[in-house]
Design a protein around this ligand. Structure first.
Ligand code: 3H9
Length: 700
């Protein structure tokens, strides 16, 4: 055995060279990995071998190039050089993939002559999701296997492809029986014996394309890519593969990668990449999560059904309890109906739908929850209703069952207090529709045990959700900040802006929808009912805009009744003269002279409102860190991902502009400005940016 480096080693077995990459936790392609690979490749060239296998130690092949290196000048050797060495190697090289082969990891595999994979492996080029394009030949080698149209779709979506699908697409030559290293090596040896010659993808022609299919794929990719510059670049690069010599196209791809990785957007997306992972950690001793084998859900309304679909999709059996047989059957029928519709649309295979239906046990008896390891309540949002339920569940559930509430606003400590198992109580705040929305606030109540938190976080991961740990407080992280943002939208309208001016400013900024159109979609009557309940306890000194109340009093409950902040004709949104009149009356009642707001004024005021509330959320300890707020707003509230979240975005603004926007927001709400804490909140992010600037120029 020839040992080159701790992170990459070479051994020779039965005439095959085995190059193992060992860089925990995910074998990210760092500078030492690239150097180690190059040294091993030089070494194998000196031996008479039947072939070479490239394999990853631990849980992955190579999860991508090391993202932490992208903000600074890249140290040699660079990945294209390593791939060139594989292509120039005198022996055929086979990538033996398990776990993830993503980004630079998949490009490494595409540089090999053969690829075999474990059945549970994933491959793909997720670079566009990081604001960049593949930088080591992904846009040039992939189309040679899939054709242009498919390559455009795959590169521009960044989708992770399962090994069986990759095999069907021709990206993988053979599937191994398992991810056991011996099974992988056996399959790789067999593949090399069956194809003992070099088969460099760069030498293959790009299959002749149907121009219409390419045009359709391009249009779809650009639409889904929301006009981001790196997606446009990715489309152009894939097309180059059929238009110019490989080396020229590879150089163009490399130049685009080098330029994009240093743009603001790429830094913002890298900030989110690491913030997303940090958000799932909580301060405290690490505790082993309990195993969740069966999940109970109480309440089969919209939310309960969505949670149920999400849990079934993760392969876990569910007992869904409704209050009586009729409600039980209606909930079960709605869930199976949704599964059938997914099959009809081709989003789900009939076999998977069958398995999910079989895993659903509808019931109208809480006693059927006795064998569940986790029970989530999703009943009516009312403290008494939920407390009564928790009292009963406390007597029925086995010891150690994790008891979760899906409440959006209620005090979880008050819920836990009626049980004898407060340590086992947490919040699991799903967003609607719960099977589609990625965010899951995992709420730590005062007495929640570390083990309960760990179990809830592991469960979130099983569901494929982005968890963010929050403390128990009104509205937790997301709803509290969003409420401040929405309130501020109403201030702007009362002060002179029109609903469409506010919404257009928000969508121009990058929000998926404006706050008023969102209100219309969710229904204005729900918030109206809540405001009426809270009227007696409202702070009389706080600014209160009664325009939404006036809209509701006029029957304008939102999209579902054809009118809210807007009119809806055939499902299309239109500015409403009636609404303009209601707004004018409300202003007149308060003797407000309307003033003009530019789109920039509106954007800055809305961002100021978000920042001020975010600072309070952090100061109160409801969120643990600034990045958690960015992750929450991006995954749950449509904040543009490519801006890195509101706090990251704000940390790039000059401090005096932040001061102006927070002052304006504070003045409008009649509250004290929270500028001191906003400055403190942004300080670590500003420091991160300064570090970036230094590293960019290689001076760190
Ligand atoms: C690229 O390759 C561009 C090329 O074209 C350029 C060619 C020149 N770098 O997610 P986890 C860390 S772009 C650095 O919790 P899981 C991660 O931060 C890259 N670090 O595990 C975490 O650290 P910590 C394209 C990375 O099991 C730890 O590993 N690749 C990288 O839930 C565990 O991560 C991607 O976009 C990285 N590339 O999921 C894939 N990847 O413990 C990104 C992970 O300190 N990675 N870390 O918080 C993933 O999708 C997931 O990590 C993976 C495992 C699915 C692999």
């Amino acid at each position: 055995m020839i040992q080159h480096d701790a992170v990459v080693r070479l051994e020779i077995v039965d005439g095959f060279g085995i190059v193992t990459i060992d860089n925990p936790p995910v074998n990210a392609g760092s500078t030492p990995v690239r150097a180690g690979l190059l040294a091993c490749l030089a070494d194998v060239a000196q031996h008479d071998l039947r072939g070479v296998v490239l394999i990853g130690a631990g849980r992955s092949f190579v999860a991508g190039s090391d993202i932490r290196e992208f903000g600074a000048p890249l140290a040699p050797p660079e990945l294209p050089q390593v791939i060139a060495a594989i292509e120039d190697c005198p022996h055929p090289v086979c990538a033996a993939i398990h776990g993830a082969a993503l980004g630079g990891g998949f490009e490494l595999a595409l540089g090999c002559d053969l690829r075999i994979a474990a059945p549970d492996a994933v491959v793909g080029l997720p670079e566009v999701t990081l604001g960049i394009v593949p930088g080591a030949g992904g846009t040039q080698r992939l189309p040679r296997l899939t054709g242009l149209a498919k390559a455009i779709t795959l590169v521009c979506s960044g989708r992770r492809i399962s090994a069986p699908e990759a095999h069907d697409l021709g990206l993988i030559d053979a599937l191994a029986a398992s991810s056991d290293p011996q099974a992988l090596l056996t399959t790789a040896f067999r593949a090399l014996q069956g194809a003992p010659h070099k088969r460099r993808l760069r030498d293959l022609p790009v299959p002749v394309a149907d121009p219409d299919a390419v045009k359709t794929a391009e249009a779809q990719a650009l639409r889904r890519g929301k006009g981001r510059p790196n997606v446009q670049e990715a489309v152009a690069l894939v097309k180059l593969s059929a238009e110019m010599p490989t080396d020229t196209a590879l150089a163009r791809e490399r130049a685009a990668f080098q330029s994009l990785r240093l743009q603001e957007e790429a830094f913002a997306l890298r900030h989110l990449f690491f913030a997303e992972r940090a958000a799932t950690r909580f301060e405290g001793p690490t505790a082993q999560p309990a195993e969740i084998r069966r999940v109970g859900i109480v309440g089969g309304g919209t939310m309960g059904q969505g949670i149920c679909r999400a849990v079934l999709a993760a392969g876990l059996p569910v007992t869904l309890v409704e209050r009586d047989a009729q409600a039980r059957d209606a909930a079960a029928a709605a869930i199976t109906g949704a599964l059938d519709r997914s099959v009809g649309k081709g989003h789900l295979s009939p076999d998977d739908a069958y398995a999910r239906k079989a895993a659903l046990a509808p019931s109208h008896s809480l006693s059927d929850l006795a064998d569940c390891d986790l029970v989530i309540e999703a009943v009516f949002e009312d403290m008494k209703v939920k407390q009564d339920l928790f009292r009963v569940l406390d007597t029925m559930l086995k010891p150690g069952t994790l008891l979760a509430t899906n409440t959006s606003y209620l005090d979880i400590d008050a819920l836990a207090a009626v049980t004898s198992r407060a340590a086992d109580v947490v919040g699991l705040h799903f967003f609607s529709p719960a099977d589609m929305m990625k965010l899951l606030e995992v709420v730590r109540a005062e007495h929640s045990a570390d083990r309960s938190l760990s179990t809830a976080l592991a469960f979130a991961k099983t569901l494929g959700k982005q968890a963010v740990v929050a403390r128990n407080a009104d509205g937790f992280i997301g709803n509290r900040i969003y409420a401040a943002y929405r309130r501020h939208a109403e201030f702007l309208i009362e002060d002179g802006a029109t609903p469409e001016e506010v919404d257009n400013a928000a969508t121009d900024f990058g929000f998926a929808m404006g706050p008023l159109a969102v209100g219309d979609m969710s229904g204005l009557d729900i918030a109206w009912a809540m405001r009426k309940r809270q009227a007696a306890t409202r702070d009389p000194a706080a600014r209160y805009v009664d325009i939404p109340d006036r809209l509701c009093a006029a029957g304008r409950f939102g999209r579902k009744v054809g009118g809210g902040w807007y009119d809806y004709i055939d499902g299309q949104l239109h500015p409403s003269d009636d609404v303009a009149a209601i707004i004018a009356q409300a202003r007149a009642a308060k003797a407000i002279t309307p003033r003009h707001f530019s789109p920039d004024d509106i954007q800055m005021r809305l961002l100021g409102a978000i920042l001020s509330e975010a600072a309070a959320v952090l100061a109160d300890g409801v969120a643990q860190r600034a990045g958690d707020i960015d992750v929450t707003l991006v995954h749950g509230y449509g904040f543009p991902r490519w801006r890195g979240g509101p706090l990251w975005r704000a940390s790039g603004e000059p401090p005096d502009r932040i001061a102006r926007m927070c002052d304006a927001a504070a003045q409008a709400s009649g509250a004290e400005g929270a500028l001191g804490s906003v400055t403190d909140m942004l300080a670590p992010l500003r420091a991160e940016r300064q570090e970036i600037e230094k590293r960019k120029s290689g001076h760190a």
